[in-house]
Design a protein around this ligand. Structure first.
Ligand SMILES: [Zn+2]
Ligand SMILES: [Zn+2]
Length: 433
């Protein structure tokens, strides 16, 4: 017989985390803020499933993208289907756009989304394998005002969360017409330096030359400095579009920086690409983008649908949360209710549930610790939080059908009969508003 083994407690999966307490509140706040601002601009919320068919991501993101190459959580079902936990939100939303015939609705279709996404990355500061994003997409229109609107919404959300020191790094990566010539020049340039670039970049010259530009290796950054710039190769159409986006940003006083080396990791991007970065990360620290996005006019075609211009962007909730925490911005506003319910004895405890529900129905917030029975413990909380009104239900009040109301500042106590309960509470609350 085997000795019974000591059971080990099962822990969460590496890189994935529980959200609770302040962590929960921060992430929720970021998502809510993007929702609130986008709601104002007429965006409707959408959620898509966490699992999608693997092909949905493979082609649009690019077989050579880091995400498709090594970061997707994919599985095969018993029936043989290949499924993937969504690594990003845009391809699923484009799928939904066609699946629900949104192309025949008034264009553009504007949607908001918020939720968790999955990438098998090396967990490091600010990077999780399950992370949260809040984003917006504008589908079915190629006007530059849409690009500016997406950036406006994300920047406004960040600003109203209390973060002021941010910058939008922006670039154009051209379209199918002008990008090939740029790509060729880029390859020519990097061939001359191929002995010096890092191992990954040697591979990128063949597979994904645009990504050469944003390699973070010191030697590659030096080489990139003199690399050809897309903006010099952009066709008239792309140039004009980009100039318009910048004019809208100027007009809206959104701080931006023309970053001619910025590209984004997915094949579906074209023309406008942008990232939002904090500008006060400190000397010598390469700031991590807290959001980003761009135009993806070719995504629909990559998915086998008809050409549909679109633009979108998202904030990384954990990254924004991290910044809020560093800045000492609280996860939630600390406003305490003005009333605390004190209950003493079994009969009062029973009655307190009814009282609380009556107050909840008229929208009066009340604090309580129903599990605590001692008067002293309950009063300690009232005075610690400076709550001005205590409602006290003791054995006597429970029997009489009354409630005692004590003004904690003056110590004056009155007895309220049930029928006058709501009216009196409202009147007393006014005195403290
Ligand atoms: Zn490199
Ligand atoms: Zn072009």
């Amino acid at each position: 017989m085997q000795k019974p083994q000591k059971k080990e407690l099962i822990a969460s999966v590496k890189g994935m985390h529980d959200l609770l307490g302040d962590d929960y509140a921060y992430v929720e706040r970021v998502i809510k803020e993007v929702r609130r601002v986008s709601d104002y601009y007429g965006f409707s919320p959408i959620t898509t499933p966490h699992l999608e068919k693997t092909e949905l991501f493979e082609r649009p993101l690019g077989a050579e993208s880091d995400v498709v190459e090594k970061q997707m959580y994919s599985l095969r079902t018993k029936g043989g289907d290949r499924l993937t936990l969504r690594p990003e939100g845009t391809a699923p939303i484009m799928r939904a756009y066609f699946e629900h015939g949104m192309g025949s609705m008034p264009q553009p279709v504007k949607v908001f989304y918020g939720g968790s996404f999955f990438r098998h990355e090396n967990p490091q500061a600010g990077r999780f394998r399950e992370f949260h994003q809040a984003g917006v997409e504008v589908i079915g229109d190629d006007d530059a005002i849409n690009d500016a609107l997406v950036i406006r919404i994300l920047v406004s959300a960040i600003q109203s969360l209390g973060l002021k020191d941010i910058m939008v790094n922006i670039n154009t990566i051209g379209d199918k017409v002008c990008r090939p010539a740029f790509r060729k020049e880029l390859i020519n340039y990097y061939r001359k330096h191929q002995e010096r670039v890092c191992k990954d970049c040697k591979r990128r010259i063949k597979e994904n030359p645009l990504r050469l530009l944003d390699c973070k290796e010191e030697v590659c950054m030096q080489i990139a400095k003199h690399a050809p710039q897309m903006v010099d190769y952009a066709c008239e159409f792309c140039k004009k579009h980009f100039a318009e986006v910048l004019e809208y940003l100027d007009e809206s006083s959104i701080p931006y920086f023309l970053d001619s080396h910025m590209v984004r990791g997915f094949d579906y991007y074209g023309r406008t690409v942008f990232e939002i970065i904090p500008t006060d990360a400190g000397d010598g620290i390469v700031p991590q983008a807290i959001g980003g996005g761009g135009r993806y006019d070719d995504l629909a075609e990559l998915m086998g649908a008809r050409k549909t211009p679109a633009v979108g962007g998202a904030l990384g909730a954990e990254r924004v949360a991290d910044l809020l925490r560093k800045k000492g911005i609280k996860a939630r506003s600390e406003t305490h209710p003005k009333i605390f319910l004190i209950q003493l004895g079994p009969a009062a405890k029973k009655k307190s549930l009814v009282l609380l529900e009556d107050l909840r129905k008229i929208g009066v917030p009340v604090m309580q610790t129903l599990a605590k029975d001692s008067l002293r413990a309950q009063l300690a909380i009232v005075s610690k939080l400076h709550i001005p009104i205590a409602l006290i239900v003791g054995q006597k009040e429970a029997l009489d059908g009354t409630v005692a109301l004590r003004n904690m500042e003056t110590g004056v106590q009155e007895t309220i009969p049930t029928e006058k309960f709501i009216g009196t509470i409202k009147a007393r609350l006014k005195e403290f508003s």
